[in-house]
Design a protein around this ligand. Structure first.
Ligand code: G3I
Ligand code: 9MR
Length: 760
């Protein structure tokens, strides 16, 4: 038997080279490209090569050649990575990286406006998040939709101390959910308004093509105004500020106008009052030149909220009983006080705020990136860039903490295997790297030292594809981008692509959504499926630093020429792809070759499919073939990934996991996990199986029996298994032919145990 199999494989490999060309795929670049004056680096995984070429796509000429760095193992990625550094090459054009004997990267550009459209799209993502608002085709293109959630008649939840109803329309949906949370508005509004204070002409009137474009006001200010108008409705008569506006539990994946569950105003806390005070204080100075009445009202409200917080300094938020929407809980409120006082000082120059900050000056610094619960740094960034009367020494200390923090991150980028600063891959990790990039833009503004803007650009490179997942995390910008965000409207609208410019939360080793993540290394813990709210949701506090990062880098490294970003009326979608073999969660005998089979189509025509086993590149297949066969794999669990690319380079991927069991050994074995154990009592396996199990969880269990080709022979449900131990008699409808079988047990969609079974 073994010999015959070998012979088959040999035959295959003689035919096969016609369809398999040099390896490619694992050259990770910024999928848009690079500014002429930026660092230009690609990550090259498992190439085993020494040199690379930069090839001009127009005429295939080699314009630059370089030496790949020594291969270094990166633990976060579980990859060995070489770097292709072509920073010295800066001629605008469209290129590919070519690695002789290995393959090519996606095409990319060197251009002095390379991030501009993505920056506009990222800012425009807020328009797509507008609540209580109809999106018209002339502004929203394909993603036009009805208004949802008028929010004119919300119920006061008991946690507000009020009863009855309240009107609180407008504002942005927070994320993939329809909630509106004051806390998360805080850092988002700061990041955008602060960007505007430093780069007031970037989002000039008209560039975003939103309904307010053409009204004479900067488009960023128009968009943020939509949020500020809502925020004002969240302030109570006594100056306090309600915490959030949501349903009691998250809605299903519906369009906004179909999600009609009752909406509540919930909670009233110190943090919401202080974040509100900070935002309103900023708005009070930023809008003063355009709408003085609006701005004056913002300032009055800011001080009312501040005074309320002083009287109620420690009310923190926990979801009340019966409420399960986003919590944004934060026990430490000192940073919120510092941020609010910072913005209030800049906007009012009042002694009260100066004294408050001076008394706490040792806490004014920038030692880590801000986040929704850590907002002191936002105050630092404002104080460092806006006039105020804090003593020079306090400002100097803040500045040196920002610079030394950025220096540390740049050093980490330079020393790391994957050109990123050290950070944990937590929920929303993409915002961590975006915020660090934003910090480097401030460092550049304060010093004009170009190392900072180059560092910021490398943070953007990561988000746009120079990372080990192979994704550009920004929808519509790159060759392989998220298609299946955890976003209610985008998953319910029947359109394949989400609107452009949204950034995914990104790799998250916590994987709290329970989805199957094809790659388990922390830096690769990202999966582009709708269910993955822990890695593939979008959120306003992630898109705001993306906006500031892309726009800030463009403002500094770009040439400022005019770029038109039209409203997308049609999308060029990546290929459709189904991966039919090996099937997900199936088992295959170790004695047969592995057949990989997929189906793919694309209106542009298909270019190639790349095949990865256990996230390692194995082959690229061109031509009409939709099948690839390889020698039998090692016994154990595996993943198969197929990436299909169209002739434009747009790429779709699918991953299945499967198991190879030992079909050559004749012993009966038990492959038991921590979760469950499974034993088949020898005896009469001709008309029934007697299965003993031991479980750690009470949940419906499914027994599946496979033959040695991985074909499912039977499935048997134990709806109410005994805990911890029980026995089931599984009837067989036909006699099993002699051979080796695999019996597996699944609970909640996961395999918890497997055992092999031999029928003589
Ligand atoms: O930062 C800590 C780190 O120090 C710690 O070692 C690590 C260990 O688990 O956790 C890190 O914290 C994580 C934190 O995000 C990072 O910001 C938490 O585990 C993680 O649970 C937490 O997730 C938050 C998530 O809600 C769940 O509560 C996200 O920050 C937050 O952005 C997200 O927000 C949701 C809203 O509730 C609802 N709307 C959508 C929005 C985005 O998903
Ligand atoms: O859809 C919700 C998402 O917006 C939140 O960020 C996330 C974490 O709070 O929760 C999501 O809702 C999930 C819920 O927590 C658990 N059941 C499945 C829900 C997703 O549909």
């Amino acid at each position: 038997m073994f010999k015959i199999v070998k012979a088959k494989i040999v035959t295959f490999f003689i035919i096969c080279p016609l369809f398999v060309f040099a390896q490619s795929g694992a050259i990770h670049i910024n999928q848009l490209g690079y500014y002429p004056d930026a660092n230009k680096i690609a990550l090259v995984v498992y190439a085993g090569a020494n040199t690379f070429d930069i090839v001009n796509v127009a005429d295939q000429s080699v314009e630059f050649s370089g030496i790949l760095s020594e291969s270094k193992y990166g633990e976060d990625a579980n990859d060995s990575i070489q770097l292709a550094d072509f920073s010295a090459f800066n001629k605008p054009g469209t290129y590919r990286i070519h690695i002789p004997g290995f393959g090519d990267s996606y095409p990319f550009e060197i251009s002095p406006v390379i991030f501009r459209k993505a920056a506009y799209a990222s800012m425009k993502s807020f328009y797509y998040q507008r609540c209580s608002y109809k999106l018209q085709p002339s502004y929203a293109g394909m993603w036009a939709r009805n208004a949802g959630h008028p929010d004119t008649n919300c119920q006061f939840h008991g946690s507000t101390g009020k009863s009855g109803t309240h009107a609180s329309p407008g504002g942005w949906y927070d994320a993939g959910d329809f909630g509106k949370y004051v806390i998360n508005a805080g850092i988002s509004v700061h990041t955008l308004l602060s960007f505007h204070e430093n780069f007031p002409n970037f989002f000039a009137d008209g560039v975003l093509k939103i309904p307010e474009s053409g009204n004479g006001l900067n488009d960023l200010l128009d968009e943020v105004n939509y949020e500020l108008d809502w925020l004002k409705t969240m302030q109570d008569d006594d100056g306090g500020v309600f915490f959030k506006l949501t349903t009691l539990n998250f809605d299903g994946m519906k369009m906004p106008d179909k999600a009609t569950a009752t909406r509540y105003i919930i909670g009233k806390t110190t943090a919401s009052a202080l974040d509100f005070a900070a935002m309103m204080a900023m708005a009070g100075r930023v809008y003063a030149d355009y709408d003085s009445a609006f701005a004056a009202d913002c300032l009055v409200r800011a001080e009312q909220a501040w005074n309320w917080a002083k009287e109620n300094p420690s009310i923190s938020f926990r979801n009340p009983a019966g409420v399960s929407t986003g919590e944004y809980g934060d026990g430490n409120l000192s940073d919120e006080f510092l941020w609010a006082a910072s913005e209030l000082l800049i906007s009012t120059q009042k002694e009260e705020y100066r004294t408050f900050l001076e008394d706490r000056s040792s806490s004014l610094n920038y030692w880590s990136a801000p986040g929704w619960p850590n907002v002191q740094q936002l105050g630092t960034l404002s104080l460092l860039t806006q006039p105020n009367n804090l003593p020079g020494i306090v400002l100097e200390n803040m500045k040196s903490s920002l610079l030394s923090t950025c220096d540390k991150w740049i050093k980490q980028i330079e020393e790391s295997t994957a050109r990123i600063p050290n950070f944990g891959f937590y929920w929303g990790s993409n915002s961590e790297i975006a915020n660090r990039g934003v910090a480097m833009i401030y460092a550049y503004l304060l010093t004009e030292n170009t190392k900072y803007i180059r560092g910021a650009a490398e943070c953007a490179d990561y988000l746009l594809g120079k990372n080990v997942t192979g994704f550009s995390f920004v929808s519509g910008f790159g060759w392989r981008t998220p298609m299946n965000f955890h976003h209610r409207a985008f998953s319910a609208d029947g359109i394949a692509q989400p609107a452009p410019g949204f950034v995914a939360g990104g790799p998250n080793a916590g994987k709290q959504d329970g989805e199957f993540y094809p790659f388990s290394a922390p830096a690769k813990a990202y999966v582009d499926v709708v269910g993955s709210y822990a890695s593939n949701e979008v959120c306003i506090n992630w898109n705001s630093p993306l906006t500031a990062l892309l726009a800030g880098v463009d403002a500094v490294l770009g040439d400022g020429s005019v770029v038109d970003y039209p409203v997308a009326q049609s999308a060029n979608n990546p290929p459709t792809l189904t991966l039919s073999a090996p099937k997900n969660n199936h088992s295959f005998g170790s004695n047969i070759p592995l057949t990989v089979r997929w189906y793919s189509s694309d209106t542009d025509g298909l270019a190639k499919a790349e095949i990865y086993i256990d996230s390692r590149f194995r082959a690229a297949v061109t031509g009409p073939s939709l099948e690839w066969v390889t020698d039998a794999l090692e016994i154990g669990d595996h993943t198969i990934t197929v990436l299909s690319s169209d002739t434009n380079g747009l790429t779709t991927g699918r991953t299945n996991r499967f198991n190879i069991y030992d079909a050559t050994s004749a012993e009966i074995f038990d492959m038991q996990s921590e979760l469950a154990q499974l034993k088949v009592r020898s005896g009469n396996v001709y008309d029934q199986l007697k299965v003993e199990y031991q479980l750690s969880e009470h949940a419906c269990a499914e027994l599946l029996l496979f033959d040695n080709t991985g074909r499912k022979i039977l499935g048997y449900l134990i709806e109410n298994p005994a805990l911890p131990k029980g026995t089931s008699i599984v009837p067989l409808t036909r006699q099993l032919p002699a051979g080796i079988y695999l019996l597996t047990m699944r609970q909640k969609g996961k395999r918890v145990a497997a055992t092999k079974l031999m029928v003589k």
